[in-house]
Design a protein around this ligand. Structure first.
Ligand SMILES: Nc1nc2c(ncn2[C@@H]2O[C@H](COP(=O)(O)OP(=O)(O)O)[C@@H](O)[C@H]2O)c(=O)[nH]1
Ligand SMILES: [Mg+2]
Length: 383
C-alpha cells in the first residue's frame, strides 16, 4: 500500500487537497498534530500531517495488456479466455462433424455404393482414379465396364487386366474415335477450318499445324482468316503467316471465300482461321456458317475447346456449334493448365465427335500432340 503525506496548518484544507488528488472517496488513514512554538513564547500553532492511502489505479484490460511486464492477473485472465475459446471451438467442430457425417455423408456413400455396386476390386480403384481426374461418374462407368469381366467369386465386375493403363487404352479405343494424323495429298486442295470460342487457341494452333505441314511435310499451305466483324482482329494471324512465308487472306463474306478458294492454284491445303464469337451469338455464328458453307461443302471443321472448360460448359458449346456446323473433330487446347483432364473423355463420349490434337502450351510450333488412346490414358493417369 502506498501512502501520501500532506502537511499544513489547516486540517480541512489538507483533506480537500487529498480529495482533489484522489477523489471524494479518498481513504484517510490518520493524521498527527504537532505544536510548533513561535518566536515569542505565547505564539503557538498546530501543524497537521495527514496520511492518506494512494488508491491503486483500476487499469483497463487493454492498459494491462499493453504493460510490458505481464502480471499474474493478466496471465490468469488470458488463460480463462483461452479455455473459453477452446470450449467454443470444440463445440463448433462437433456440431459441424455431426452436420457432415449424419444424413448427407451417409446418403452420399450409399449413393456411391449403389452407383458402382456392380464393380469390385481393381475396377473400383480405377473408377476412383478417374473420378479424381473429373471424369464424370457415368463416363467412368462406361469406360471401366468396357475392360471388365465378371468375377465368379463376387459376382461383380472386375478388370480383365492388372494394368490401369492397358484397361484405359482398351476402353478408349472402343469408345472414342480419333481423326488420326493429317492426311493431305499433294495437289488435292484440302480445306480445314478451326471454329470455337474466343481465346481458346484457334489462331495459335492453326499455325502449329501450318508449321508442321510447311516445314515437315513440305506442303503448300495458305491461310484464310474469316472475320465476321469486318474489322481486323487478324494481325496476329497475318504476323504468323509472314513468319512462315505463306499466303494469307482476310475475308468477310461467302462470295469472297468462294473466289479466294477458286484462285488457290498450287496450294495443297488451306487453313481457315475464324474470329471467335460467343457461342450464344447466333447471329455471328450464322454469318460464319454462311461464309464457310458458301465456300466449300467439304470443309473439314475442327471445333477448338480448352481443357479448362467445365464439362457442362464444353457440352453446351459443342451443342451450339453443332447446330451451325458439321463438326469433324474436337481439338483440345491448354491441357497444360489443368490437372483434371476428364474432359478429354467426357466430351467425345457424350458428343460422339472424333478427337484430333491436343495443345500442350503456348509455343509455336512445338506444343502440339496428336491424340490417341495411349495419350489419353497417360493424361488420365497423370503420367
Ligand atoms: N497455356 C496455354 N496457352 C495456350 C495454349 N494454346 C493457346 N494458348 C494461348 O491462349 C491465348 C489465346 O490464343 P489464340 O490463338 O489467340 O486464341 P483464339 O482467340 O482462339 O484465336 C494465347 O495467349 C495463346 O498463346 C495452350 O495449349 N496452353
Ligand atoms: Mg484468333
Amino acid at each position: 500500500m502506498k501512502i501520501n503525506k500532506y502537511e499544513g496548518y489547516d486540517l480541512d484544507s489538507l483533506i480537500e487537497e487529498a480529495k482533489k488528488e484522489f477523489g471524494e472517496n479518498v481513504k484517510i488513514i490518520s493524521y498527527e498534530e504537532e505544536e510548533e512554538k513561535g518566536i515569542l513564547p505565547f505564539q503557538k500553532r498546530v501543524k497537521y500531517t495527514l496520511f492518506v492511502e494512494v488508491p491503486t489505479p483500476k487499469e483497463s484490460f487493454l492498459e494491462l495488456l499493453n504493460k510490458e511486464e505481464k502480471n499474474d492477473e493478466v496471465d490468469k485472465f488470458l488463460k480463462k479466455i483461452e479455455t473459453m475459446i477452446d470450449k467454443k471451438i470444440s463445440s463448433i467442430k462437433i456440431s459441424n462433424m455431426q452436420n457432415l457425417s449424419t444424413p448427407p455423408h451417409n446418403e452420399q456413400s450409399i449413393l456411391m455404393q449403389e452407383e458402382f455396386d456392380e464393380f469390385s476390386g481393381d475396377a473400383l480403384e480405377l473408377i476412383n482414379a478417374l473420378l479424381k481426374k473429373e471424369v464424370e461418374p457415368k463416363i467412368a462407368k462406361i469406360l471401366v465396364k468396357e475392360s471388365c469381366g465378371l468375377d465368379i467369386n463376387t459376382n461383380k465386375l472386375d478388370l480383365n487386366t492388372s494394368f490401369f493403363k492397358e484397361a484405359i487404352i482398351n476402353s478408349v479405343k472402343k469408345k472414342i474415335k480419333f481423326s488420326g494424323p493429317l492426311k493431305i495429298q499433294k495437289g488435292g486442295l484440302k480445306v480445314k477450318a478451326f471454329v470455337g470460342p474466343t481465346g481458346v487457341g484457334k489462331t495459335t494452333n492453326l499455325f502449329k499445324i501450318a508449321s508442321e505441314l510447311v516445314i515437315n511435310q513440305n506442303l503448300k499451305v495458305a491461310v484464310i482468316s474469316i472475320d465476321t466483324f469486318k474489322v481486323g482482329a487478324i494481325q496476329q494471324a497475318r504476323a504468323y503467316a509472314n513468319i512462315l512465308n505463306i499466303p494469307f487472306f482476310a475475308i468477310t463474306d461467302s462470295k469472297n471465300l468462294k473466289k479466294t478458294l477458286s484462285n488457290m492454284s498450287g496450294i495443297d491445303v488451306v487453313l481457315i482461321d475464324t474470329v471467335g464469337r460467343s457461342h450464344y451469338d447466333y447471329w455471328r455464328l450464322g454469318e460464319m456458317k454462311e461464309i464457310l458453307g458458301g465456300g466449300n461443302e467439304l470443309i473439314d471443321i475442327s471445333l477448338v475447346i480448352s481443357c479448362n472448360y467445365k464439362n457442362s460448359e464444353a457440352v453446351e458449346i459443342v451443342n451450339r456449334y453443332k447446330t451451325f456446323f458439321s463438326i469433324n473433330s474436337i481439338f483440345f487446347t491448354k491441357i497444360d493448365e489443368t490437372y483434371k483432364p476428364g474432359i478429354l473423355v467426357n466430351l467425345p463420349i457424350k458428343t460422339d465427335i472424333a478427337l484430333s490434337f491436343v495443345s500442350t502450351g503456348q509455343r509455336v510450333p512445338e506444343d502440339i500432340r496428336l491424340l490417341n488412346p495411349e495419350k489419353i490414358a497417360n493424361y488420365l493417369l497423370g503420367e
